[in-house]
Design a binder for this molecule. Structure first.
Ligand code: GLU
Length: 300
């Protein structure tokens, strides 16, 4: 039986762009090359940040690029009960605590100084829930499949928020619970999340959840040196086949897989079949950032 389970976990704060395509494609190819499953999880825990229609558009874009996922989509909304159960277990272990501080109060510090660790400073005010970075698993060490051994002391990263003052769940907790619930064996995602991994490992350890393997990918930056992102107005991925084909080829190129030039006009199924057969993580140059070197990212 094959135990490989990968996933793509976009936040539907807008449509996918070339940077997200590269992440989705890498995780898809890694899963399919291993003969494993590839899941889709829509990380819609922050409704104010998620415009209506974005999640549908993401699914439409993935389909246009031939990135078909296995099984039902997991939506993070309405999973309050499972997230709360995880938070309760952390609280029981003394690893999570309520915090009334505002960002403004600790703005002169590089990380939250932990003032509420021994009791809420301003009782009666709304509280967020934070993870104790100074307790639990320390140091956190893992072998990234591309960037090699990673070693962090979470005490130096600050006590990350798990549940916000407005009662919305934070990514850090939801991702840990959902990766475990979906049986994810392999996390393939952008380098910007590498330094979030220590908090996630701490929680997996405390909650007795399995440790997935991690592969962080170089981030695609534009000519101005900015990460391609919705904030930087990276163009949305197209869905018409004429535009999709060269862009898929560009994404394979951005992953250093060196697809033959002639493949650029080929149907997506053919490009993906080539990509699956030839997928080699060791070809990817382990740089935190990279430009697309001539590949035209996004175009509508
Ligand atoms: N939802 C996150 C994002 O869109 C990705 C989470 C993950 O891959 O762990 O950036």
């Amino acid at each position: 039986m094959n135990h490989y389970h990968g996933r793509f976990a976009p936040t539907p704060s807008g449509p996918l762009h070339f940077g997200s395509l590269v992440a989705a494609l890498a995780s898809f190819l890694d899963a399919r090359h291993a003969g494993g499953k590839w899941r889709l999880r829509i990380e819609d825990i922050d409704p104010p940040r998620c415009p209506p229609g974005a999640a549908d558009q993401i699914q439409h874009q993935l389909t246009a690029f031939g990135l078909h996922w296995d099984g039902p989509v997991l939506w993070q909304q309405n999973r309050d009960g499972v997230y709360q159960a995880a938070l309760d277990r952390l609280v029981d272990q003394g690893l999570a605590y309520p915090c009334s501080c505002s960002r403004k109060q600790w703005r002169d510090y590089p990380i939250y100084p932990g003032w509420c660790r021994e009791g809420v400073r301003e009782p009666g005010r709304p509280v967020a829930w934070r993870l104790r970075g100074d307790l639990g698993l320390r140091p956190v060490v893992w072998q990234d499949r591309l960037f090699g051994e990673q070693r962090f002391d979470p005490a130096g990263l600050g006590d990350v928020v798990l549940k916000r003052k407005d009662d919305l769940w934070a990514y850090q907790l939801a991702v840990v619970v959902d990766d475990a619930d979906q049986g994810i064996s392999d996390v393939v995602r952008g380098f910007d999340l590498l330094d979030n991994t220590p908090w996630q490992r701490q929680m997996q350890h405390a909650l007795g959840l399995p440790e997935p393997r991690y592969l962080h990918l170089p981030l695609i930056i534009d000519e101005g040196g900015q990460k391609l992102s919705k904030q930087n107005l990276a163009p949305a991925l197209p869905t018409d086949d004429d535009a999709v084909r060269p862009l898929l080829h560009a994404a394979l190129t951005a992953l250093d897989q060196a697809p033959p030039d002639g493949l650029a006009g080929a149907p997506v199924a053919e490009q993906l079949a080539w990509g699956i057969a030839h997928w080699e993580v060791s070809r990817i140059r382990p740089k935190p950032h990279r430009t697309t070197e001539g590949a035209a990212p996004g175009s509508d």
